[in-house]
Design a protein around this ligand. Structure first.
Ligand code: CMC
Length: 458
């Protein structure tokens, strides 16, 4: 079987050159063309095999465009560099959701709609006291966001555009509040209510760092940096967490459940959790003279160590978000008077050595957005477990834009991939007394994990 294309079809032909099937080739406005395989199985009995979706376009989307070779990221056609320089996070959220930059009155209305919803139901605050103080904020956020559906049953009908909009407002508005409350719980300080006269970024800083006993004025350089961080992390087309949100949402689950699933997916160290992992890695390396040792480990196939903050599935050149973050990083470090933060110097040395190393050059592994974001957040005073929480706040607008687009797309059905089955073929049930242990069968000690309470008297 071979494949070839003519003008608008991809032809699968047999050894004799006869057509098995012709598949339509679809063109977007820019970027690569895709072969439409939707009817391949019905017509031929063959499926495609693409476990990590490296060659699969899972949907049509008009939100974000990435050219990974050229290092270009556009939201609705606008470059990430221009958006960071000229825009605010809420304006970018509007752009992602509705397709165009808002007029002044549209932006004012959208800002009002968001600020109106920044508080959480007072009863929800009791959830926090059930969590240990050292609970990871992403665990808390995933749980609390999922629980929002219990508090807002009036906005979970996904087929009602007005209810969809209210849920979108609620989620964008409440995410900073929910994240900051997770932090306050971890340090044993009282929750700080949102202040709607502050903009989105300054309000987050206020909820994180103000205490009832002291006046607090959010530092404008920090607020600007948070705004930039939120914009660069707002959307990134069909990444793991966005695909998770779309998959969960495709079953018509409510938006709170879908976004909660996105938070869980983002948490992983290969995705949004990488910013926390970068700082941990830099601390583990410790000093510049140990960089070569860790570079060697990253290249060793028998060592699970990877350079966190390096590499990307789509970018095969410098991640444009990392470039933007480098500049913001300089501004923030200048503000805090740590122009020479040893961690930043270490990061730059690591980058310098990696970018000159044949392994990283040949595999096109460049610093990604997470490489610098953790250093910026650390300088602002945000503790490392909160780095991914901030990423989740930012990505909420992108998740919701993608979720809304999916619900409104008449072509979308429930996500239901097929598989290449490699398990046992049909066999007869074996009674318990005739079974023998096989290699690979799990056997536990039966003892509780250290964190599990033993059942006493039970
Ligand atoms: N350090 C060392 N080797 C690497 C790294 C790295 N950071 N990233 C990829 N490689 C190697 C990998 O071992 C593989 O080598 P080979 O071809 O010899 O088997 C090759 O490069 C291709 O890697 P891959 O894992 O097949 O690529 P992928 O597209 O599946 O993974 C990635 C992309 C981002 C998960 C991966 O580059 C990685 O693990 N990076 C570190 C984690 C990280 O920084 N994640 C943040 C991503 S950007 C923000 C976001 O999306 O949330």
């Amino acid at each position: 079987m071979r494949g070839s294309t003519n003008d608008s079809n991809f032809r699968l032909v047999n050894e004799q050159g006869e057509d098995i099937i012709q598949l339509p080739v679809l063109k977007g406005t820019v970027g690569f063309e895709v072969v439409d395989v939707r009817h391949l199985f019905d017509k031929t009995g063959f499926c495609t095999f693409d476990p990590s979706f490296g060659s699969t376009a899972s949907c049509r989307s008009a939100i974000t465009y990435i050219d990974g070779d050229a290092g270009i990221l556009l939201h609705r056609g606008y470059s990430i560099e221009q958006l960071v320089e000229k825009s605010s996070y809420l304006e970018v959220a509007y752009l992602l959701l509705f397709g165009e930059l808002p007029t002044a009155s549209e932006l004012a209305q959208f800002t009002r709609d968001i600020t109106y919803h920044t508080m959480v139901h007072e009863q929800l605050t009791r959830f926090y006291t059930g969590f240990p103080r050292d609970a990871h904020p992403m665990a808390v956020m995933a749980a609390v966001v999922s629980a929002l559906s219990a508090f807002y049953p009036d906005s979970i009908d996904v087929f009602d555009p007005q209810q969809r909009l209210i849920s979108i407002h609620r989620l964008i508005a409440k995410m900073p509040t929910i994240a900051a409350m997770a932090y306050k719980h971890s340090v044993g300080q009282p929750f700080v209510y949102p202040q709607n006269h502050l903009d989105y970024s300054a309000n987050f800083l206020n909820m994180m760092f103000s205490v009832p006993a002291e006046p607090y004025n959010p530092n404008p350089v920090f607020a600007k940096a948070i705004n930039a961080l939120l914009i660069v992390q707002a959307d990134h087309e069909q990444n793991a967490s966005t695909s998770t949100v779309r998959t969960v949402g495709s079953s018509r689950a409510n938006p709170f459940a879908s976004i909660s699933a996105g938070i869980a997916s983002l948490w992983g160290p290969l995705h949004g959790g990488a910013n926390e992992a970068v700082v941990e890695m830099l601390q583990q390396i410790g000093s510049k003279d140990r960089v070569p040792e860790f570079i060697k480990r990253a290249k060793d196939k028998n060592d699970s160590f990877r350079l966190m903050g390096f590499g990307h599935r789509v970018y095969k050149s410098y991640d444009p978000r990392a470039k933007v973050m480098q500049k913001i990083c300089d501004e923030v470090l200048h503000e805090v008077g740590h122009d020479h933060d040893p961690l930043l110097e270490l990061a730059r040395e690591l980058e310098r050595i990696a970018l000159a190393d044949e392994y990283f050059v040949s595999k096109k592994l460049y610093p990604n957005v997470d490489f610098y974001s953790g250093i910026i957040e650390r300088a602002i005073g945000i503790p490392s477990p909160m780095f991914t929480a901030l990423f989740a706040i930012a990505r909420t607008s992108g998740w919701l834009a993608q979720w809304k687009e999916m619900i409104e797309d008449p072509d979308q059905r429930i996500a239901r991939p097929r598989q290449l089955y490699t398990g046992a073929t049909k066999r007869d049930y074996v009674p318990l007394e005739r079974r023998t242990a096989k290699n690979g069968t799990p056997s536990g000690s039966g003892r509780p994990m250290p964190s599990e309470p033993a059942i006493v008297g039970g």
